[in-house]
Design a protein around this ligand. Structure first.
Ligand code: SF4
Ligand code: SF4
Length: 78
């Protein structure tokens, strides 16, 4: 089932939008801390920085919180 598009105006207080994903920028040091944090296994190890599997991301924000470099940011996927 394809989810309905979500806009900031349609969100309830505190709700995280879906579809949702994260981006990892060049502040990443490949420490790996975010990999085991993701409950959806949406972050996969890679040599330079983790790869984000956007289709798996639930938008929980756990990885954004745990990254010691502030390298992960929330992004809209559609
Ligand atoms: S926690 Fe941050 S610095 Fe560490 S691998 Fe993940 S994105 Fe990179
Ligand atoms: S926001 Fe949550 S589901 Fe998405 S990549 Fe980060 S930890 Fe995983």
């Amino acid at each position: 089932m394809i989810p309905e598009p979500v806009t900031p105006e349609t969100l309830e207080d505190g709700a995280r939008p879906t579809p949702w994903s994260v981006a990892i920028d060049d502040r990443c040091t490949a420490c790996g801390a975010c990999l085991s944090t993701c409950p959806e296994h949406a972050l996969l190890p890679a040599p330079r920085r983790p790869v984000v599997v956007a289709e798996r991301c639930s938008g929980c924000g756990e990885c954004v919180e745990i990254c010691p470099r502030g390298a992960i940011t929330d992004v809209w996927t559609r």
